[in-house]
Design a protein around this ligand. Structure first.
Ligand code: WQD
Length: 338
């Protein structure tokens, strides 16, 4: 089965291409390389032994997307392509709404016209805001978004749901990611943040590699065991495998309208300091870090209940936080060496 992976040269997209290939699917990548580079294709070939078909297309370009659907007959679409920098979205909301919602609408329209019925969407736990009860389940009420980025994810879920129920024949899932971390164990692909990383683990590994003077922990006065924020850090390979399971669930559905949502997390929360300690222990390196002020907009604590994905997707995490941080460090050392 041929699967279109938009954003397939990105962090989660590239790892999902590997798992799709290994599960016998034929992934095809659509990416505009805005936040990734073609070198990823070399890494994918090193892992899979094959050239993954790649089309440099902007997923908001309807004519180009249509032309691709005329060229390739897809059995499904996994949609990763989106801008994802929380801070930037606050400064540039229109850029985020236009790109993230525009690309989704183009894809749904073109899929409908070409009779492609299986759709997996990359959503985020950010739709939960700061939950009152933890862990969060899929029934936990969504809270008003804390950023335009987060709002595009919530609105996208609603667009997909409304479209599915209006136009029978489409089967769609939204996967709500928690905090994807780590890299492929082969160190052939991993996270390639552009500029100064805003996410914790890439900044941490750059600091450990001496590319950054130190890591600043954003606040230790939260209501948590050690005062630092709690997150559900999931290995990117486990997250990638969840997408294969999601496609399998859609393939099992009768050809009618079907929409569902899954939390994709480990089900365990760790504090930022626990992550740092795990990184130091797993890799035998000492990290230079200090405690700084809170980062505005940060959620204090959130982690998933993934029972629904465990049962309905027949998926669960296999890798530990230590695995994630060992793989992240191996990848950082490789790209630092160049
Ligand atoms: C994690 C924790 C920070 C950097 C965001 C988006 C989410 C998804 C993942 C795109 C927080 C702390 C961080 C640093 C720190 N985005 N931290 N020092 O904010 O949980 O989630 O990224 O898919 O939708 O909301 O991830 O890695 O930025 O932060 O102390 O230099 O690490 O305060 O507690 P976050 P993060």
């Amino acid at each position: 089965m041929k699967i279109l992976v938009t954003g397939g040269t990105g962090f989660i997209g590239s790892h999902t291409v590997v798992e799709l290939q290994e599960a016998g699917y034929q992934p095809v990548i659509l990416d505009n390389l805005y936040n990734s580079n073609k070198e990823v294709l070399t890494g994918l070939k090193a892992i899979t032994g094959r050239d993954t078909p790649f089309y440099e297309i902007d997923s908001t370009d309807e004519a180009a997307v249509r032309k691709l659907f005329e060229t390739e007959k897809f059995d499904g679409v996994i949609h990763f392509a989106a801008y994802k920098a929380v801070g930037e979205s606050v400064a540039e909301p229109l850029k985020y709404y236009e790109n993230n919602l525009g690309s989704l609408i183009v894809l749904l329209k073109v899929m409908k016209d070409f009779g492609v019925s299986n759709f997996v969407f990359s959503s985020s736990c950010t739709v939960y805001g700061q939950p009152d009860v933890l862990p969060v389940t899929e029934d936990t009420p969504r809270q008003p978004a804390t950023s335009p980025y987060g709002n595009t994810k919530a609105i996208s879920e609603d667009i997909i749901r409304d479209h599915v129920y209006a136009k029978p024949g489409l089967k769609a899932l939204s996967l709500r990611y928690f905090n994807p971390v780590g890299a492929h164990p082969s160190a052939e692909i991993g996270e390639l943040p552009s500029g100064v990383p805003s996410n914790l683990v890439p900044y941490l590994t750059q600091a450990a590699a001496g590319l950054r003077e130190k890591l600043v922990v954003f606040g230790d006065d939260y209501d948590t065991p050690d005062g630092t924020c709690i997150r559900d850090f999931i290995h990117v390979v486990d997250l990638a495998k969840a997408h294969v399971k999601a496609l399998e669930l859609l393939n099992r559905q009768p050809e009618t309208n079907f929409y569902d949502v899954f939390n994709v997390g480990t089900g365990q929360g760790n504090t930022v300091l626990e992550l740092i300690e795990t990184f130091e222990r797993a890799n035998g390196v000492k990290l230079n870090y200090t405690i700084g002020p809170r980062r505005p907009g940060d959620v204090e604590k959130i982690w998933a209940q993934s029972d629904k994905a465990n049962s309905k997707l027949a998926w669960k995490t296999e890798k530990t936080l230590e695995d994630s941080l060992r793989d992240a460090w191996r990848w950082q050392q490789k790209i630092t060496k160049g």
